[in-house]
Design a protein around this ligand. Sequence first.
Ligand SMILES: CC(C)(COP(=O)(O)OP(=O)(O)OC[C@H]1O[C@@H](n2cnc3c(N)ncnc32)[C@H](O)[C@@H]1OP(=O)(O)O)[C@@H](O)C(=O)NCCC(=O)NCCS
Length: 313
Amino acid sequence: MAELIRLSGDADFEEIAAFQRRAFGHEWLKSERRRLQCAEYYRWKYFPPRGPAWLALVRSRQQMVAMVAAVPFHLAMGQGAAWQICDIATDPQFRHRGFFAGCLAALSTAVAGDMMFCFPNKQSRAGLVRAGYGARSMLRVCARPLLPLATRKSDVAGFGTADLAECDAAFTIDPRRHRYIRRSPEFLRWRYAAHPLNRYVALRKPGDGGTDSCVVVRRMFKGRVGMVVENWSSSEEGARAAQDAGYRWAKSSGCLAFLWARDPRVPSPGNTRADLNWQLPWKIVCYTNRNPESSSPGTAGDLHVQLGDWDAI
Ligand SMILES: CC(C)(COP(=O)(O)OP(=O)(O)OC[C@H]1O[C@@H](n2cnc3c(N)ncnc32)[C@H](O)[C@@H]1OP(=O)(O)O)[C@@H](O)C(=O)NCCC(=O)NCCS
């Protein structure tokens, strides 16, 4: 029922973008997603360093009426890929006919044996659970206001802005304990430097032998908000310093708020300033397929995600 396509540069990205806008509709609260729904974004997003994405789609009288994409990433360890399931959408007039389920099943055959993960909204969670996915990790978004009048030095000892592709040494944790998406120079260049619509800055503190720290901050809402999308360090102290560097950078760049995400199960570097922090009612949940027959160590249950793994940020 669903057609499977391995994407190439010849795909009709205008059609994909127009379909996504039609399926999601327009709500002013979701303007950030609407901003991304353009051909340029899909032309970038479906070609990460690991290779082109798969698209499962359903047509009715030549018109696209449902689609789901699977975008591949290298895992830090092991041979298999991790596929991000995204752009889940069915035309409102064609819902409740099993098209989402059909697209998901088609993708599972295309990437059989590999891990699949997804940051779904509430509408698609039930369908993922029926297809054998489970909630694996949750990120809570925290915010802190920045007072524009208070001037503070922007630099934190040792941290300076860096070329993202040179930051890969910072992005390593023990891959035997956690599985995570590999932050190779190619990945970092593609994910952040080559993003067609979003702007990011990396702050890095070089260290000795694998002790670099790096924080990546996204500027959003016309530069009024700085959001940490990656914070990697070999120690908790390093992560705290990186968070602080991001905070000071945002402040000195004229941001009015600083945002970051924390996994409630993991101690967070942001906790030190708990008195001024707000936890926003915004939960970002990562689902993974339950039973990948992957040969790499660990299970899909221990996929360690940061905000930067989420295609919406
Ligand atoms: C989420 C979304 C893609 C689901 O698409 P869909 O094609 O309607 O999904 P399915 O038909 O496979 O399943 C939807 C429901 O129909 C039911 N269904 C499936 N086949 C059916 C059939 N033949 N007859 C009646 N019901 C059926 C399913 O059991 C499911 O039930 P639920 O509502 O209790 O979960 C769609 O609602 C959508 O596009 N939403 C807006 C975009 C969005 O939010 N996307 C998710 C981004 S993460």
